[in-house]
Design a protein around this ligand. Structure first.
Ligand SMILES: [Mg+2]
Length: 205
């Protein structure tokens, strides 16, 4: 039995709809917003910088979204990449445990909980009080997985937030090359440290 643990954004979820929605909400043309995001990713900067670039305070922006409480401002069932449900179902069926553990906030975790996904556990940074890429986040994952770190496979799209900190604690790490981070990070030298680089979750099977 292996515990497969998954990042959320761009590993399970195609965030295109959400990022274009943010661009619309802050009144920036979509190509401009996505281009500036791409530059931040290429330079290894935080996505917070993208909002700052357009004079938007991300904490206030997120607080406003939470207050409005519209389901379309968080993940919707149609946002999942098409390989997600079949792969997670198969992993469970053959006897593995499936965990979703990302930097998502409570609202997103609750939205995921309500979707009846084929997973054993859903946990987010806000629930754990620890964010990636801290060791605390991954130590918490090891504790909740209740298996030795070498029996956990963490799957994510970011070398800096997912792959390196997982490997540091003896967790196996798989980089998925999709989404803007995945495509950019796959060419970083440290990507070679991942146990595997895959293009689809189906490759896990
Ligand atoms: Mg991600």
């Amino acid at each position: 039995m292996v515990v497969y643990a998954f990042d959320v954004g761009e590993t399970l979820v195609d965030e295109s709809r959400l990022w274009l929605r943010y661009a619309h909400q802050i009144g920036v043309p979509p190509l401009t917003f996505i281009g500036v995001l791409g530059a931040a990713i290429a330079e290894g900067r935080d996505q917070r910088d993208v909002f700052q670039h357009f004079d938007v305070d991300l904490d206030r922006f997120e607080a406003n979204l939470a207050w409005r409480n519209r389901p379309e401002d968080v993940i919707l069932p149609d946002d999942f990449y098409p390989d997600v449900i079949p792969t997670l179902e198969t992993l469970q069926r053959v006897g593995h445990r499936v965990v979703v553990a990302g930097n998502q906030n409570k609202r997103t975790s609750h939205a995921l909980d309500a979707m009846n996904l084929p997973v054993d556990l859903i946990r987010g940074a806000e629930q754990w009080g620890a964010r990636k890429p801290t060791r605390r986040f991954f130590r918490r994952l090891i504790r909740e997985a209740a298996v030795p770190p070498g029996d956990i496979v963490y799957v994510g799209d970011r070398v800096d937030h997912d792959i390196l900190p997982a490997l540091d604690l003896g967790i196996r790490a798989v980089l998925i090359r999709r989404g803007p981070w995945g495509h950019v990070h796959a060419s970083w030298p440290d990507a070679a440290r991942a146990d595997a680089v895959i293009g689809s979750l189906r490759a896990l099977l």
